[in-house]
Design a protein around this ligand. Structure first.
Ligand code: TEU
Ligand code: CA
Length: 555
């Protein structure tokens, strides 16, 4: 297995809008990030993945880009960006940019041109089709954010494809000019000195030529078989690698929803010549009841099967990215742990242990290191997220489900749970802004905030800090082989990591609020405790594992 810096790194995701506001307009910004770099340095992370900071009309909070080489006005200027990059590098922190090139904003100059006429130079930068007939779109595909995936444009009496919102038209990657524009833009950022790319829905860039109706899923047809892992996706990524990525010492991670382990090896195999790693979503996506929506926890045995399969099947061939949450997912502790006052801290630490001891590069989503929780939304008007707003319309206002049926699902899974501001201290608005925040601050900020946790050696923050530090001291955490024990337990997640006969880890995590017993494997009876979220003491062969307890033994 090749050793590389990005396998040994811990990555911290910043969603800039909600991270830190420097100028009291209620919106997080780049200067705000710069002001908190010392906090991140203290935590010990190596890399920041920065969600989009480019010019954008913010239909989807920056995932709709109108200019790839300019900074969003609300976030600051290119000088602010350069200053942040330099300040991060001074502290030994790398910065990975979000690359959103499956689509642009409809306010991007390319699209403004493209829609003008059928013979415009930019027409083929996007995907235009005639309607089936005067009344209907080219096919029945639905977009990820609700409604048809086609938008009618009366300037030329044709439709354009948008797999996300209608303000996010899909680029036509089959057009060589589009690819070259994207590669040139990426090169421009690399020359600036950034350290890599997280590639938004990169598995969707290649569409089939034929675009038949999809299988009905709810109201609309599924575009999946025609647009996800499409015919030329690997060809285009190899071209990107050859023309841009291979020229720099950067890291890349592709967002590839629906990916299998076999496909992951194609995207991110050690010698595939495409990406360094991919995000897979099986462990956070399989639980849906109504599309992605549910209010039910995934069974532990299912979760273990999924995560263990990824650990085993990629071993030595491709590299895992490890995450419980991000800006599209609810808060980890509310979803996989227990966010009640009794168990919030303990279960947040347990989840961190379980993830950070696996093989792969761990990603921490802002606030996760504080054990931040889901938000107690009270009404549909509280949501800011385009997906949540559309989902409520499509499932409830349409009459398909009652409010009572759907509401618990929104509380459990809305993306806005992750998007409330980072809780810095116990002053008004959690110290995030001196103005009015663009989205409400979680009312629990007086108990849960960075200021109190950095001062408390037993906090969730300090636990993350310790996990990150351990990774730098013990190669077995990075490179050891994974093996699952007790596969049928609905309470315990137990696994070992092995680097050699004398360098082995045992990881034991209780995912429930019930205690249970566990027999230590023989070779761990004398082992030292590396980290634990309670006061671990080995009471001989059979031990009691308390609610949400976690510990790691090193042989
Ligand atoms: O998300 C891609 C994606 O597949 C989402 O639809 C995801 O499944 C959903 O948010 C889960 O609820 C990426 C970005 O991460 C997301 O923030 C963007 O909205 C989306 O692409 C469009 O750019
Ligand atoms: Ca601001």
């Amino acid at each position: 297995m090749q050793k590389t810096w990005w396998k040994e790194a811990v990555i911290y995701q910043i969603y800039p809008r909600s991270f830190m506001d420097s100028n009291a307009d209620g919106i997080g910004d780049i200067k705000g990030i710069t002001s908190r770099l010392d906090y991140l340095k203290y935590l010990g992370i190596d890399v920041i993945w920065l969600s989009p900071v480019y010019e954008s009309p913010n239909d989807d909070n920056g995932y709709d880009i109108s200019n790839y080489q300019a900074i969003m006005k609300e976030f600051g200027t290119m000088e602010d960006f350069d200053e942040m990059l330099a300040a991060a590098h001074e502290r030994g922190i790398r910065i990975v940019m979000d690359l959103v090139v499956n689509h642009t904003s409809d306010e991007h100059a390319w699209f403004i041109e493209s829609r003008k006429s059928k013979d415009n130079d930019y027409r083929n930068y996007y995907i235009w089709r005639d309607g089936k007939d005067a009344q209907s779109p080219p096919n029945n595909w639905g977009s990820c954010f609700g409604g048809s995936a086609w938008q009618y444009d009366d300037t030329t009496d044709m439709y354009y494809l948008h797999l996300f919102s209608k303000k996010q038209p899909d680029l036509n990657w089959d057009n060589q000019k589009v690819r070259q524009e994207v590669f040139d833009m990426m090169t421009w950022w690399c020359e600036k000195g950034i350290d890599g790319f997280r590639m938004d829905v990169i598995s969707m860039i290649s569409k089939t030529k034929e675009m038949p109706d999809g299988k009905i899923n709810g109201i609309y047809g599924d575009f999946g078989p025609y647009c996800v892992h499409g015919p030329n996706v690997h060809k285009y990524l190899k071209e990107m690698n050859e023309k841009v990525l291979s020229k720099y010492d950067i890291m890349t991670v592709g967002e590839t929803s629906g990916v299998t382990t076999e496909l992951a090896k194609q995207y991110a195999g050690e010698n595939a010549g495409e990406l360094n790693m991919v995000f897979q979503f099986e462990h956070v996506e399989g639980d849906g009841k109504y599309g992605k929506w549910t209010d039910q926890k995934q069974q532990l045995t299912t979760l273990k099967e999924i995560m263990s399969r990824w650990q085993t099947e990629l071993y030595g061939q491709a590299w895992n990215s490890l995450f419980w949450d991000n800006h599209d997912q609810p808060r980890a502790v509310s979803r996989f742990g227990d966010d009640s006052p009794k168990y919030r801290e303990r279960s947040a630490k347990m989840l961190a242990t379980c993830l950070h001891m696996m093989q792969g590069t761990p990603y921490i989503y802002q606030g996760e290191e504080l054990g931040m929780t889901n938000y107690p939304f009270e009404s549909p008007e509280d949501f800011r997220d385009i997906e949540s707003i559309h989902a409520y319309e499509e499932w409830c206002r349409s009459g398909r489900l009652t409010h009572e049926e759907f509401w618990p699902c929104m509380l459990y899974k809305s993306r806005d749970n992750a998007r409330t501001p980072v809780q810095w201290d116990d002053t008004e608005h959690a110290g995030f802004t001196a103005g009015t925040p663009w989205i409400a601050v979680n009312p629990n900020y007086k108990e849960i905030n960075a200021k109190s946790q950095t001062a408390d050696p037993d906090s969730v923050f300090h636990y993350y800090k310790k996990l990150i530090a351990l990774r730098k001291q013990h190669p077995v955490i990075v490179y050891g082989r994974y093996e699952l024990l007790l596969k049928d337990s609905e309470q315990l997640f137990v696994y070992t990591r092995t680097l050699s006969e004398d360098e082995k880890l045992l990881v034991v995590c209780n995912f429930t609020d019930q205690e249970t017993s566990f027999s230590l494997p023989d070779d761990f009876k004398q082992a030292a405790c590396l980290i634990s979220n309670m006061d671990y003491s080995c009471q001989a062969a059979s031990i009691t594992v308390r609610p949400y307890e976690a510990f790691v033994l090193l042989k």
